[in-house]
Design a binder for this molecule. Structure first.
Ligand code: GDP
Ligand code: MN
Ligand code: MN
Length: 253
């Protein structure tokens, strides 16, 4: 098995209204089974999921949080507006988004965008992946998978990696439960988060700063079966429960 990874080279700076599928399809040939990973930040730029800081009036809560974290209160307000629930206010805001993702600063970015603006995560990342897949399949004639990624921190470890926040044409999890290992033992708990593994490698190829590579194709990965239950359900997430017990916070609304 040979798996190859192909950066999509030569994409311009993306602006609201740009035809991202067309720009990608013009720069890379796609084949059946390819997985196209796209940085959420450029999807958001193409769709205009941006806010100008000078149009944001921070609430008292945003001002109080910003006073502790040392950030711009208007930026914190944008973070609060994207959040459904706060898990931490300090030393950084950690929040639950309406689509289930949990992220530092609600995934709101100040980098790779014109000064004075912030980039929000796509409000419906699963829908975004589905829309991009449909467009790219129509343009290329290939049956592909799409993963919308963001660079995220992790619990327990230093360092950020790419995570999947939306996907289409594949399942998030490869389910090994019921398989037997090399010694014939039945696997009881192994569910591999394949979309995050793909997002991690894609993120490595994208880079973070001025690399200019927001789209990456993974080719040759054999198909898998599994399910889409990537996020813990209520009551299953022990870390989240522990955080909420240790740092009780006022509800957002
Ligand atoms: P995030 O991980 O989704 O928050 O996105 P990043 O801001 O880390 O960007 C990921 C990659 O896309 C980096 O290589 C950036 O240089 C690149 N990138 C970001 N915006 C643009 C853009 O508008 N055009 C191009 N060509 N590359 C971009
Ligand atoms: Mn980001
Ligand atoms: Mn990134």
């Amino acid at each position: 098995m040979t798996i190859t990874v192909h950066p999509v080279i030569g994409l311009p700076l993306i602006r609201p209204g740009d035809d991202l599928p067309g720009l990608i399809a013009a720069r890379i040939d796609l084949f059946d089974g390819d997985i196209l990973c796209i940085a959420s930040s450029v999807w958001s730029k193409a769709k205009g999921y941006l806010r100008r800081l000078d149009e944001i009036t921070p609430s008292e809560r945003a001002q109080a949080i910003a006073g502790r974290t040392g950030e711009d209160p208007r930026f914190i307000q944008a973070v609060l507006d994207e959040s459904e629930e706060l898990l931490l206010e300090y030393p950084f805001v950690l929040s639950v988004l309406p689509h289930g993702h949990i992220g530092v600063r609600a995934g709101v970015d100040q980098s790779n965008v014109d000064g004075g603006q912030v980039i929000l995560l796509p409000p419906d990342p699963m829908g975004a992946a589905g829309e991009l897949r449909a467009s790219l399949e129509a343009l290329s004639g290939a049956r592909i998978g799409v993963i919308v990624t963001d660079t995220c921190g992790r619990a327990f470890r230093r360092g950020q990696t790419g995570h999947a926040i939306g996907w289409s044409g594949l399942t998030a999890i490869r389910d090994f439960r019921g398989d037997t290992d090399l010694f014939g033992h039945t696997l009881q708990i192994t569910e591999e988060a394949v979309v995050d593994e793909c997002a991690g490698f894609a993120n490595l190829v994208m880079g973070e700063s001025n690399n200019g590579v927001p789209a990456v194709v993974i080719r040759g990965l054999p198909a898998w079966t599994g399910h889409d239950d990537l996020y813990w359900h209520e009551g299953e997430d022990l870390i989240r429960e522990a955080l909420c017990a240790r740092y009780p916070l006022e509800p957002l609304r």
